[in-house]
Design a protein. Structure first.
Length: 331
């Protein structure tokens, strides 16, 4: 599992950013850069714009949150290092990265964890989630503002239709540096290969990997459909992300600013979840108009059976973790 630790480069970057950003309790003196690696044409950009605008309104313009898409502030590991070093940066994070610090976060990114993404709200409202946030703050110095941003159901892109685990057997699939992804695709019989998101297009084009998987807006935004023309609606992950920043920096802000950041981050997550759930057919139509064929004939129970054992692969998880999360979701 990959860990991102503060190094000399991260400290230099943080120092430079802090030098550019006054953090005084005067109007318009709080500037927090909001970074993500995906396209500014994706729904996540809309959610971020809403978050930034609402925080500015709530604080009478005292907080300015410029948005930097397309990895303008660096790759995910680089931005995460800046945050841990204390830089005034907010970024998107997910259970995979957070599990590097609090292992139990990892269960929230598992395959086929829920049928209805709206059920994830039960997790966010639980004492279990509050405990995870508290541990993350204490053990990693990270303030998790939200984790309820539905990034989308992830589907498979390849040259052929994928209807069951038998179709993925032996295929080389791109995964991020996330052990949950690796274990899941290994359970499907595929060969998971870690490739940075910015290199997926070239990896598909050059045949380094046979397939990739992502939400439909991300496939479209990265133009991956130019390399492969068949998308199978496997929905193997229903990925949630959220916003995080340095915990000490967050604690140093006035209480009303803290409240605005936390509450509007959650509100933006509700907005993005609704946006994603209500737009999938529109993204399908958009991709079909550019020559993509969709395979809806997917044996979901077969994929669920194949990946069920993934939840037993993490010895660092708390005892009974999966059953505890399952009980929250089923309540």
């Amino acid at each position: 599992m990959m860990n991102f630790r503060t190094g000399p480069c991260g400290r230099m970057i943080a120092a430079a950013l802090l030098a550019l950003t006054p953090l005084t309790a005067q109007a318009a003196d709080f500037t927090l850069r909001l970074a993500h690696v995906t396209s500014d044409k994706e729904p996540i950009q809309q959610a971020m714009e809403r978050f930034a605008a609402e925080v500015a309104t709530r604080t009478d313009g005292a907080v300015d949150i410029p948005i930097f898409p397309n990895a303008q502030l660096g790759s995910n590991p680089e931005v995460f290092e800046q945050i841990r070093a204390g830089a005034p940066v907010i970024s998107i994070s997910d259970p995979g990265y957070l599990s590097d610090f609090v292992a139990d976060f990892g269960v929230l990114g598992g395959p086929y964890l829920m049928d209805d993404p709206r059920d994830f709200a039960k997790i966010i409202d639980s004492a279990f989630y509050t405990d995870l946030k508290d541990r993350l703050r204490a053990e990693a110095g990270i303030e998790l503002l939200s984790l309820n941003w539905l990034f989308g159901s992830r589907h498979m892109l390849a040259d052929k239709a994928i209807s069951s685990p038998a179709d993925t057997k032996g295929m080389t699939f791109r995964t991020p540096p996330n052990i949950m992804w690796v274990e899941t695709f290994d359970a499907m019989g595929a060969r998971p290969t870690q490739v940075a998101w910015g290199e997926v297009y070239s990896a598909l084009s050059a045949g380094v990997v046979d397939g990739a998987e992502a939400p439909l807006p991300s496939i479209y935004g990265a133009k991956l459909h130019e390399t492969k023309k068949t998308i199978s609606l496997t929905g193997h992950f229903k990925g949630f992300t959220g916003l995080m920043m340095n915990a000490d920096l967050y604690a140093s802000l006035p209480e009303d600013v803290q409240q605005a950041l936390s509450e509007e981050a959650i509100a933006a997550g509700v907005f993005m979840t609704d946006l994603m759930l209500n737009s999938e057919e529109e993204w399908i139509a958009k991709l079909e108009s550019e020559g993509v064929t969709f395979n809806r004939d997917v044996d979901i129970p077969a994929f669920q059976d194949a990946t069920a054992g993934v939840y037993t692969k993490f010895p660092d998880w708390s005892d009974g973790l999966y059953d505890r999360v399952r009980a929250i979701l089923d309540n």
